[in-house]
Design a protein. Structure first.
Length: 258
């Protein structure tokens, strides 16, 4: 296994040598290399809540999704934003909303986020008795359906449910707070999921959330993730738009070749 530091260093050198074309795809010296385009989803949990619309506009031309962390102070010991803020912010940007529900009883609340225009609504496996039924409801409401797996939850019991979902979000920290340190061992879940997805030819994004930054994103991409939630690494940067570009370049470089 190549260390994340070596992978990131190699990707940075490749980016400086211009191996990434203007269309966002990696270029080799003999032509285009076809790899899945990674998704970078800045988390507004790390943004200035007094300037949310402005913060999102700052990354509108570079980010793929906006990640919205909804916490209820029950499923996780923190309280953040809810449906009214999502509805208001929806009018301020054209970026797709990637809503991550860290709440109890998602069956009650998740469809409302789909109705509010969320592109993807992800709920936690630990909080839902019938994940497949809720996924069907979300898809019927016009949203993509995502299943989240927290730090201490084994992934194996949920692998057979993945054909019912569009996104699998694997926490690389303990859900509930931003700014935590990335836990490399949790990438074993990503590797397991990627093998399962590839073997079954599933159309599924594997997303990682927690501690994703310039020194960790390459390792996550190498493990098989293709969507990346980044909070402080984007909104804590002097130039959030450039931070998104750099993260995407590192992820593209480290992604396994087809």
């Amino acid at each position: 296994m190549v260390s994340s530091r070596r992978v990131a260093a190699g990707c940075a050198r490749a980016a400086r040598r211009g191996r990434t074309g203007g269309d966002g795809r990696l270029r080799s010296y003999t032509g285009l290399v076809t790899v899945p385009l990674p998704i970078v989803a800045p988390s507004i949990l790390a943004a200035d809540f007094a300037r949310l619309a402005d913060e999102v506009r700052a990354i509108e031309d570079t980010a793929d999704w906006v990640h919205v962390d909804v916490m209820d102070n029950h499923f996780v010991p923190n309280l953040t934003i809810g449906l009214p803020v999502v509805q208001s912010l929806r009018a301020a940007t054209r970026l797709p909303f990637d809503v991550h529900l860290m709440i109890e009883d998602p069956r009650r609340w998740a469809p409302g986020y789909a109705d509010a225009g969320a592109y993807n609504v992800t709920f936690h496996a630990e909080a839902c008795a019938d994940p497949v039924a809720l996924a069907k409801e979300l898809r019927s409401a016009g949203a993509k359906a995502g299943l989240a797996i927290d730090r201490d939850t084994p992934i194996e019991p949920y692998l057979d449910l993945l054909p019912s979902f569009d996104t699998l979000l694997i926490m690389t920290i303990k859900a509930g707070f931003g700014g935590q340190r990335f836990i490399p061992n949790l990438l074993d879940k990503v590797r397991t999921a990627r093998r399962h997805v590839n073997a079954g030819h599933l159309e599924l994004r594997i997303e990682v959330d927690g501690g994703i930054a310039v020194d960790t994103i390459a390792e996550a991409a190498e493990a098989g993730a293709d969507a990346f939630v980044a909070g402080t690494a984007v909104f804590g940067a002097d130039d959030p738009a450039e931070a998104v570009r750099r993260l995407r370049s590192l992820a593209q470089c480290a992604a396994p070749r087809a």
